[in-house]
Write a protein that binds this ligand. Sequence first.
Ligand code: AMP
Length: 249
Amino acid sequence: MKVLVAVKRVVDYNVKVRVKSDQTGVDTANVKMSMNPFDEIAVEEAVRLKEQGLATEIIAVSCGVTQCTETLRTALAIGADRAILVETTQELQPLAVAKLLHAVVLKEKPDVVILGKQAIDDDCNQTGQMLAALAGMPQATFASKVEWVNDRLQVTREIDGGSEVLSLQLPAIVTTDLRLNEPRFITLPNIVKAKKKTLDVITPEALGVDVTPRHQTLKVSEPASRKSGIKVASVDDLIVQLKTVAKVI
Ligand code: AMP
C-alpha cells in the first residue's frame, strides 16, 4: 500500500496571530512556522500503517514556498520515505492545492491519501473533499480511527454526538481528526536521517496546473475585543447590576 500525505506549512499553533495593519491578511513576517497539527497526525498515521506492515512507502507532499522543505524534512523525520515539494510563491487556495495534489496522485498512484481535516491558518476544511471529487475516490473525513478490515480501509469518523464507521475501497482519501493519534516525538537520529532522504521539487507548470486564485480576500480583522467585567460585592449587588445595568432580568 502506497500512502501519500499532504503537509502544509502554517503559523505555529502557539503563536498569537496578528492581523496586518492594512487588513489584507495575517502577519507572517518573523513568525514561527510549523507543520499544520492535523498533518502531523496524518504523517503519524501513515507511519503507523507502515509499522503494521500495511504501508510500503510513504510520500509527503507540500505545496508552497521554498521554506516548505522544512515542513517536508519534519515529515521525513517522523518517518515518511521521500518528499515532493510543489514549489510556488503564488497564494494557494484549496482548489489549487487539490488540483496540484490530484496531479501528484495521477503520477504516484497512491492507494491512500491522508490529509489533515483542516489547515489551522485558513480553516477552510475543503482540500481533502475537493481532491476526492477530482480524483473520483471515496473519502472518509474527520477520521478518529483507521483500520484494515477484509482488504478494505475501515475508518471511524467523528460526527455530531457520536461516531460513524465507513468501509472504503482503495484508492481512498482520509482526512484526520485530532483524536486519531498522538504524533511521536521526533528524535535527533531521525532528523539526521531525514536530511539524506529524497526531496524532489516540481512546479505547478510542470504538473500542468493553473493555480490562479479564484477568490479575493477583501478584509481580515481581529475579533472584537470584549469589554472588561466588574467585580460585585454581594449577590444583592449582582441582582441590582443585572436589573439596572445589564437589563437582562
Ligand atoms: P484546508 O482545506 O485548507 O483546511 O486544508 C486541509 C488539508 O489539506 C491540510 O490539513 C493539508 O493536509 C492539505 N493542504 C492544504 N494546503 C496545503 C498545501 N499548501 N500543501 C500541502 N497540503 C495542503
